[in-house]
Design a protein around this ligand. Structure first.
Ligand code: CIR
Length: 253
């Protein structure tokens, strides 16, 4: 059961963040803030007490707080984010999480983005991506093991982060893109495989018994609904333009 979340307001310069999503329509600050506010209200209504931080002017992507830490019931592991432009955000997250947990740190040359780390019970999948390297994954794995968890590294291939393609939705079930449908490391889980056109819906967030998913993915919604999930749909158009989604905007614990 999650009780807390940490989030950060987007700054006015958010459109200077990293993105590979080129859109005809540029991202809108007012709309982003509105969608972010609705997101916060929703996770509060799912039972989370939210610590809301101010924007970091030097880090336009800092509202994607997920990438700066991996929090378990025992420890908050402060990451070493893999993108140069984002490296340093973690220094602002460490003191906040120190108020809730013992902290440990990923150290260079290891890099980890929290978006690559998927927790399923006491097992952690750590995606190897352009942001998370083998050294970072091994450091994180060792820390997690020391608290009685298990872990496995998984090559991410396409997509920004592991959780851009794979998320746990409860009931021993993973929501996966076609690339991961037959992946050996995921073989012991039931899977909902996304239609290619709905791949973005993989970034779906489980908050206690509620499942938050982006608006506009009817096939995925239908498949999740059949399994009896309580689904809440949220607008994510503006974060999507910055390569973000629902998991990225909070750290839950
Ligand atoms: C970045 O490229 O780092 C940001 N524009 C998006 C990060 C999204 N974070 C996430 O998926 N965990």
């Amino acid at each position: 059961m999650f009780t807390h979340a940490i989030a950060r307001r987007p700054g006015k310069n958010f459109a200077q963040g990293l993105t590979t999503s080129f859109n005809a329509k540029p991202p809108q600050y007012d709309l982003l803030c509105k969608q972010h506010e609705t997101y916060l209200e929703t996770i509060k209504s799912c039972g989370l007490e939210v610590t809301l931080l101010d924007p970091l002017p030097d880090y336009p992507d800092a509202y994607f707080v997920e990438d700066t830490a991996v929090v378990t019931p025992d420890v908050a592991v402060i990451t070493n984010p893999g993108a140069k432009a984002r490296n340093g955000e973690e220094d602002f997250m460490a003191p906040v999480l120190a108020g809730f947990r013992k902290t440990e740190h990923i150290l260079a040359p290891g890099t980890v983005d929290g978006g690559d780390v998927l927790q399923v019970g006491n097992h952690f999948f750590i995606g190897l991506s352009e942001r998370t390297n083998k050294e970072g994954a091994a450091q994180l794995g060792r820390i997690l093991e020391s608290y009685g968890n298990t872990w496995a590294a998984v090559e991410v291939g396409a997509g920004l982060h592991f959780k851009s393609s794979v998320n746990y939705v409860g009931k021993n079930t993973l929501l996966v893109t076609a690339d991961f449908a037959e992946h050996a490391a995921l073989s012991k889980y039931n899977k909902i495989v996304l239609e290619k056109a709905e791949a973005y819906a993989a970034n779906t967030l489980l908050v206690n018994e509620h499942l938050l998913m982006p608006v506009g993915y009817p096939d995925t919604r239908k498949q999740l609904k059949v399994l009896g999930f309580d689904i809440i749909e949220l607008e994510t158009s503006e974060v999507r333009k910055m390569d973000g989604g629902l998991t990225c905007m909070s750290i839950r614990f």
